[in-house]
Design a binder for this molecule. Structure first.
Ligand code: SF4
Length: 286
């Protein structure tokens, strides 16, 4: 078994009457020449690390060495939101928290990258609590997310230096949206639409870390990307379809990434990094 596009992944799932997470697990086991239970066991370890980071982010007083990030997640988690529901606001806080743990050199799971590490875990914890799911369902959903990330990396990029932040936070949002859709009972085709709709809303997002540190805007961008993932999943689950097929959206992300100037691909020479304040902070920290 093999897949290198969302179309193939969706077709495999349809033919075998399995969910995408099961297909990704089976392919991984085949490719690694390991048993599915060994591969699943590795994912369980990743989820345990994610859960610890989710907890740390909203409970501990986290500060990065630079002082550019830390404390926002705990603050947001402690307040009643004005416009978001409490559960969504808490999920955003958790996404920020994991990103703050990363910025303070704590242990996280790159998902798909360290800069975008809060989106998938926060989305899955929200789904676990809201849909009252067990751990096995979350582990399976992590394989769904992984499969989406693999397809994006094969056909576009998951690197801010190559494709801008659309390739990091954008792909993480797409991974989360697909996993959420599957967890909520959506079909493999719906998963594809969730990925396409979410990624469409993230196209063009530049990579512009202030002072070259994965803190500003990275930490808060995890929250914004999570919101896009929730929207993408809900749209797909409602039956709304992406007019552009998912693999073409991924192709568009590659094209947009290639068109981005170098200044907006992790060099810290453009965007927020090149604002007067961004430059001042870079000089101060240097
Ligand atoms: S802005 Fe760049 S470094 Fe920060 S999360 Fe996005 S891609 Fe990663």
């Amino acid at each position: 078994m093999y897949y290198d596009s969302m179309k193939q992944l969706i077709r495999l799932a349809g033919r075998q009457k399995k969910c995408i997470g099961d297909i990704v697990l089976a392919v991984e086991a085949e490719q690694e020449d390991e048993s599915p239970s060994t591969i699943r066991g590795q994912m369980v370890i990743s989820w345990e690390v994610m859960k610890l980071a989710l907890e740390r982010g909203i409970t501990e007083d986290i500060r990065s060495v630079s002082g550019l990030s830390g404390g926002d997640a705990k603050l947001l988690f402690s307040r009643e939101p004005k416009f978001l529901s409490s559960e969504v606001s808490n999920a955003v806080a958790r996404a920020l928290g994991v990103a703050e743990v990363n910025a303070s050199m704590g242990r996280i799971v790159a998902c798909p990258t360290a800069g975008s590490c809060g989106i998938v875990p926060a989305a899955l914890l929200l789904a676990k609590e809201k849909l009252e799911l067990d751990e096995a369902a979350i582990i399976k959903a992590l394989f769904t997310a992984a499969g989406i990330g693999i397809v994006c990396s094969l056909n576009a990029s998951i690197s801010g230096a190559e494709g801008g932040c659309q390739a990091e936070c954008g792909v993480a949002a797409a991974m989360a949206a697909g996993a959420l859709t599957e967890l909520a009972g959506g079909s493999p085709t719906m998963v594809g639409h969730a990925v396409a709709l979410t990624l469409s809303n993230m196209l063009g997002l530049v990579c512009d870390p202030v002072a070259g540190l994965v803190e500003v805007p990275c930490v808060l961008r995890n929250g914004g990307a999570l919101m896009q993932a929730l929207l993408g999943a809900d749209l797909a689950l409602t039956g709304i379809k992406s007019r552009i097929p998912v693999d073409e959206v991924i192709g568009a992300m590659r094209e947009v990434g290639e068109a981005l100037p170098e200044s907006l691909r992790e060099t810290s020479l453009g965007g927020l990094a090149n604002t007067p304040t961004g430059v001042r902070l870079r000089r101060k920290l240097a």
